[in-house]
Ligand binder design. Sequence first.
Ligand SMILES: Nc1ncnc2c1ncn2[C@@H]1O[C@H](COP(=O)(O)OP(=O)(O)OP(=O)(O)O)[C@@H](O)[C@H]1O
Length: 280
Amino acid sequence: MHGLAIRTRGLVHIYHAEGHDVAALSGVDLDVGAGEMVGLLGPSGSGKSTLMSLLAGIFRPSAGKVFVGESELSTAAPRDLDRLRATEVGLMLQGAGRNLLPHATPADNVRFAQHQAARAGRELPAPGDVLADLGIAGHADAPLEELTPGGLQLAAVAVAVSTRPGLLLCDEPTSQLDHAARDRVLDALARVNRTYGTTVVLVTHDPDVARVLPRTVTIRDGRIGGEGRSGEEYAVVTADGFLPLLGQVRDKLPPGTLVRIHEVDDHFELRAEDGGMGDE
Ligand SMILES: Nc1ncnc2c1ncn2[C@@H]1O[C@H](COP(=O)(O)OP(=O)(O)OP(=O)(O)O)[C@@H](O)[C@H]1O
């Protein structure tokens, strides 16, 4: 068991686009325990892919800190980031094809993905074993054209876990798959998580996927807007003491509304000053 924990503090990322800057993340405090499996949800453009890139050490944050295991990625030397990506962090980009060499078999793809880690002296599993874990050993030496969309996605997972990383990051691993293929890919990710203790973070837009994940984190406007536990939604108090409003409550408490929070016995009541609208 060798999962890596994630910790971000005050994470900010600004893209310097032509003529204007875009704040993609504006203060993300996220803790993921070693060996957790977490879904990252949120509307399009909310900052999910940016967060994944920062966790993978592809970008450096404009401000704030990112810890993956013992490594602090925002200040790590480029060669340490290279080494981490080659060995300890598996990244699966959106769309199976972006993760695979088109003219190589699944086994060759896994071998190729292991190359840098082998040079770094990491002990590596046999490509056949990696593919067997994902249930596609039978296609190890088949041309990629012979694989179904679900099979291709599993081959992409195999590439991402070819070095038995401590952290696996997957950007929409189940999009564009039918339900049976989606469930096979989800099962495979859950098996990797269970068997090797790999920490898994996956971006999804699919409510059915979100429902079966033990934990989800929703990004809204570049911040953590809520968390889910087995389908139940919660707001999360930020490190600096802010509490975002979720869903309908947000419509009922427009900006500028004055609220008081009362502690009553074993719970809190939130009372708006304009006549009780939005009680509780
Ligand atoms: N290279 C870039 N240059 C400028 N702005 C960017 C760049 N990449 C992303 N953005 C902007 O940053 C914000 C966050 O984008 P990001 O791709 O992280 O969101 P997302 O939640 O992953 O969206 P989606 O679900 O559509 O993939 C958006 O406003 C987006 O337009």
